[in-house]
Design a protein. Structure first.
Length: 115
């Protein structure tokens, strides 16, 4: 079955950096687009960044220039490098893929940014 396992969350001060990882199994990773979403306290889940199988990327306006999504097909892993973190980036971050028309999610990893 499809499994997405996130890691790398934690607590940092504003201006700091974190790198999230998501290891995927149960899919043909290299042909699948992958995404990072987040859900802040009292907010709806939102798309943060997405990367296609060919490496094209798109980002939420709120993270452009600060976050970078990348993938390593040899390791079946997608990354989210987060720099210049702000308190409003505080959220649970989820890895996502769509496989056979079904959305799959990881368990989420908490990112907390203090001012």
């Amino acid at each position: 079955q499809v499994q997405l396992v996130e890691s790398g969350g934690g607590s940092v001060q504003a201006g700091g950096s974190l790198r999230l990882s998501c290891a995927a199994s149960g899919i043909i990773f290299r042909i699948n687009a992958m995404g990072w979403y987040r859900q802040g306290p009292g907010k709806q889940r939102e798309l943060v960044a997405r990367i296609t199988s060919s490496g094209s990327t798109n980002y939420a306006d709120s993270v452009k220039g600060r976050f970078t999504i990348s993938r390593d097909n040899a390791k079946n892993t997608v990354y989210l490098q987060m720099n210049s973190l702000k308190p409003e980036d505080t959220a649970v971050y989820y890895c996502n893929c769509n496989w056979f028309n079904t959305d799959h999610w990881g368990q989420g990893t908490q990112v907390t940014v203090s001012s």
